[in-house]
Design a protein around this ligand. Structure first.
Ligand code: 8X3
Length: 251
């Protein structure tokens, strides 16, 4: 049985991935900020596989280190698969009108948070000369769209960091890849628009967006390939979407 650690496991893509991996015999370390949801999830999924939960904000470097360092018992002490999923968007404003707090949040969570978690786990993978890291990027990491500025910047950083990780960890036989989703119907837009539910709902109206389960299917595929196969970079969009800026709402 392999052990997977998932950040941002209490909602959206992370939650769907946790459920799907539990059905596919992965022991799970589920990480998030919402302790209540983590507890519920532990109760639900530990009926199927061993589950441990860690509550931390990926922005808190010391806490990340401490919580991940507390995983001492089998099967949680060796992380075979790290899924760096925690991330979000704050605001959708032109660069001259953006808020510095929003920029900080996106860079701190999407970029630095991913690095803190990776920093806490990669050494054990290197020591064992095995492991698999999946970073959840975005189509926004491939293409910049109007008003996406800093969010797209953070996801472009994830894209570059994924390549960097793959290069640097190659000597140790550690697989590194990215899954880059386009529009996925989650609380993503509600967070981006700070609880403006109407504006958030509009993002997904008039076409069929990807569902979290669709992305979880892709992640499962990536983490269940034979040892000599590494899905290095995979972009997934809904059929209605041709790029970050071309969306056929009638499709
Ligand atoms: C989420 C997709 O198009 O809102 O990363 O940037 S998009």
């Amino acid at each position: 049985m392999k052990t997977a650690l998932i950040t941002g496991a209490t909602s959206g893509i992370g939650l769907a991935t946790a459920r799907l991996l539990s059905q596919n015999n992965f022991a799970l370390v589920l990480c998030g900020r919402n302790t209540e949801k983590l507890a519920e999830l532990k109760q639900e999924l530990s009926e199927v596989v061993p589950v441990e939960t860690l509550d931390f904000d990926v922005r808190d470097q010391d806490l990340v280190k401490q919580k991940i360092g507390s995983l001492k018992e089998a099967p949680f002490h060796e992380i075979d698969v790290l899924i760096n999923n925690a991330g979000n968007a704050h605001g959708l404003d032109p660069i001259d009108k953006g808020s510095v707090e929003d920029w900080d949040a996106m860079m701190d969570i999407n970029v630095k948070g991913l690095l803190y978690v990776s920093h806490a786990i990669i050494p054990q993978m290197r020591e064992r000369k095995s492991g698999h890291v999946i970073n959840i990027g975005s189509t926004a990491g491939k293409e910049v769209y109007p008003n996406g500025n800093v969010y797209c910047g953070s996801k472009h950083a994830v894209d570059a960091i994924t390549t960097g990780m793959r290069l640097d960890l190659n000597p140790y036989g550690i697989r590194v890849g990215a899954v880059n989703p386009g529009l996925v119907e989650t609380s993503f837009s509600e967070v981006r628009f700070k609880g403006d539910t109407q504006r958030a709902e509009k993002v997904y109206q008039g076409y069929k967006a990807l569902q979290p389960q669709d992305v979880a299917d892709v992640i499962l595929f990536a983490v269940t390939r034979p040892p000599h196969v590494n899905i290095a970079d995979l972009t997934v969009m809904c059929t209605a979407q041709a790029s970050s800026v071309v969306l056929n709402k009638k499709a």
